[in-house]
Design a protein around this ligand. Structure first.
Ligand code: S3P
Length: 177
């Protein structure tokens, strides 16, 4: 975030299973702000699950809806936004975050992401692959350069969502003067 602008929103980015929703919800509660999960918004607006959208309309259609909804949310204030794992990786999105946005990368490794995905089978179409581990490693490697453009990087291994939310709030308070 630039030095002079007041903080208006927090955007969480990172790979599937990083805990963006759990951390985002707790961060919003701590700040007294609204929490919005983009995946949930997409499902509510489309009236079907993300897996169904991928299946029936394809990934490009999904990316279009995701882009529209996220762009709209990025105009709002006092909001914590949990983005979809693929959102930051196209069209220089990390370079075009509006002023007043704190971007946070929740870092997770491929094995943890796959293990978490397995707990909710069928919800992550991109890992629906004969070799999900290899696919996760490949996607993570492709995406890491964009995720790492976030202002704050938080390693999620061994840290609960509450602890991670506390770190975000602590960072914000430290920026205030
Ligand atoms: C995706 C991540 C998912 C969801 C969709 C595509 C991705 O969100 O948007 O399945 O490209 O990494 P989460 O990161 O919340 O799982």
């Amino acid at each position: 975030m630039s030095e002079s602008s007041e903080l208006k929103r927090v955007v969480l980015v990172g790979f599937m299973g990083a805990g963006k929703s759990a951390v985002g919800r707790r961060t919003a509660t701590r700040l007294g702000w609204q929490f919005v999960d983009v995946d949930a918004q997409i499902e509510a607006q489309a009236g079907k699950s993300i897996a169904q959208i991928f299946r029936t309309e394809g990934e490009p259609a999904f990316r279009e809806i995701e882009h529209r909804i996220t762009l709209d949310l990025l105009q709002q204030s006092e909001v914590v936004i949990s983005t979809g794992g693929g959102w930051p990786v196209r069209d220089d999105r990390m370079g075009q975050l509006p002023d007043g946005t704190l971007s946070v990368w929740l870092v997770v490794d491929a094995a943890t992401a796959v293990a978490r995905g397995n707990r909710r089978p069928g919800t992550r179409p991109l890992l629906n692959d004969p070799n999900p581990m290899q696919r996760a490693r490949q996607l993570l490697a492709e995406r890491t350069p964009e995720y790492s453009r976030a202002e704050l990087h938080l390693e999620t291994h061994g840290a609960s969502p509450a602890v991670l939310a506390g770190r975000i709030v602590h960072y914000i308070r430290g920026q205030e003067h």
